[in-house]
Design a protein around this ligand. Structure first.
Ligand code: FE
Length: 131
């Protein structure tokens, strides 16, 4: 799914555009999902791909929704991010390339990973709404 920059600007809210297309970060403890524990699936806000599930969500204390793995390894891509004087691993949607957040090595078992994701990059779908 390849959209032009103008098409992304049109289909996303300004905050979604800033984070998904501009690799921005939402403020901690401010997004819709950091404190959200309903059962269901988190889709890419850009393209609707299923990325994360409530079963792998945990409270990291960071103020961002955190998961110890995506629903499948091929749903996300990673890239080294050297911005802001840090060396981090950026995480993006494998289908539309939208920026999601970063992955760190201080997560819980069984993976030891912490996918630290912006709420604004996600759209929650409750389990009850699924066919
Ligand atoms: Fe996407």
């Amino acid at each position: 799914m390849m959209k032009s920059d103008a098409e992304w600007r049109e289909s996303l809210t300004p905050e979604q555009y800033r984070v998904l297309r501009g690799k921005g970060t939402e403020p901690a403890f401010a997004g819709a999902y950091w404190d959200h524990s309903e059962e269901g699936t988190y889709l890419c806000a850009g393209c609707g791909l299923e990325l994360f599930a409530s079963a792998q969500k945990f409270d990291s204390g960071t103020g961002w929704p955190s998961f110890w793995r995506p629903v499948a390894p091929d749903r996300v891509g990673i890239e080294t991010d050297l911005s802001h004087g840090m060396r981090r691993t950026e995480v993006h949607c494998a289908r539309c390339g939208g920026h999601l957040g970063h992955v760190f090595n201080d997560g819980p078992e069984p993976t030891g990973l912490r996918y630290c994701i912006n709420s604004v990059s996600l759209r929650f779908e409750p389990a009850a709404a699924r066919p």
